[in-house]
Design a protein around this ligand. Structure first.
Ligand code: ZN
Length: 323
């Protein structure tokens, strides 16, 4: 359904359009820091001792379920990244597809335009259509005609739009003149499929522009309409400044999500659950405080003192170094 893009009258200015239209237990068991009741387990990675805290040792089962969990987390991140990217592209301006009847309609029932003015308007509408894919239309009516149709210009314009066009890609302006009262009013009616090119901000700008042109006695009716469409046509399709932070958020956020997810998938794909060093961890006698470490005489890597009989890095036998 089309909606009002705004309108105005000779006395009282313009109006804006109003659009109607399990894990917690599992996580607890394997912490990175001490909690009451936990044991401290040491395993080795890159020559250095690493610890985890748990009431039981980490098993192959744990390594497997962790791998599955990481895989699903990565999948969810990828889906999120796709949603971010898609919303980003959706909010970029896109020319409206001209897959509809794009004939220019100028209907001057109130006889307010000369042939030359109509021809100029036709040309301006074509150029607006080329730029945006939206087809402008202009109708003039006499107040008598409006009164027989109920008297409300917005209703009239809505009905006229729906009766005249079977698409949502036209931008209709109806200008109503009252020759007795020497007054006029107008209404814009725009199809809902124009939104990718004509934002609400542009609709409002058009309303302001056309109204101020019409109030300017030095401008003719046709010049006012042509100028308003020309100005909006120049601005349509540009990314407005207030959209840039959202776009950066969506594209950068989506990219980062995708990057970390892919990195994680490659990382987990390379590592077999069997190779998880935590499976062969050794329980330390004291859980609360970090144990003393010493360096192996053979390989130079660090390990927890008074715990191992062979070096956990090179396998060299250790003298009973804690006695
Ligand atoms: Zn060693």
């Amino acid at each position: 359904m089309p909606h009002s893009s705004g309108g105005g009258r000779s006395h009282g200015g313009s109006h804006r359009s109003s659009r109607s239209s399990k894990n917690s237990a599992a996580n607890m068991r394997f912490g990175r820091s001490y909690y009451p009741g936990a044991n401290r387990y040491v395993y080795y990675r890159a020559g250095m001792p690493q610890y985890y805290f748990s009431d039981r040792p980490y098993t192959l089962q744990n390594a497997r379920s962790e791998k599955i969990k990481q895989f699903f987390t990565s999948i969810i991140s990828i889906i999120l990244a796709a949603i971010f990217g898609f919303s980003g592209f959706k909010s970029l301006p896109q020319k409206v597809k001209t897959d509809y009847n794009t004939d220019i309609l100028i209907n001057d029932a109130a006889r307010l335009l000369s042939d030359t003015e109509e021809a100029e308007m036709n040309e301006a509408f074509l150029s607006f259509q080329n730029k945006t894919g939206v087809t402008p239309a202009f109708f003039t009516i006499n107040i008598k005609e409006l009164k027989t149709e109920g008297g409300d210009l917005q209703d009239y314009a809505y009905k006229l739009y729906v009766d005249t066009f079977n698409d949502e890609k036209h931008w209709l302006v109806v200008y109503c003149v009252d020759n007795v009262e020497k007054s006029w009013s107008w209404e814009g009616m725009i199809g809902d499929d124009c939104g990718s090119m004509i934002t609400t901000d542009l609709e409002n700008e058009f309303t302001r522009q056309l109204q101020s042109n019409l109030m300017d006695n030095s401008k003719s009716l046709s010049a006012s309409v042509i100028d308003a469409f020309n100005q909006i046509g120049q601005k349509a399709g540009k990314i407005s400044g207030n959209k840039i932070p959202t776009l950066i958020f969506l594209f950068a956020g989506g990219g980062l999500l995708l990057f970390t997810a892919v990195k994680k998938i490659i990382g987990t794909a390379k590592q077999k659950p069997e190779d998880d060093p935590r499976i062969n961890a050794t329980q330390c006698p004291v859980a609360e405080t970090e144990p003393e470490t010493i360096k192996c005489d053979y390989c130079g890597n660090e390990f927890v003192a008074k715990l191992h009989t062979t070096c956990p890095h090179c396998g060299a036998p250790l003298e009973n170094n804690w006695e």
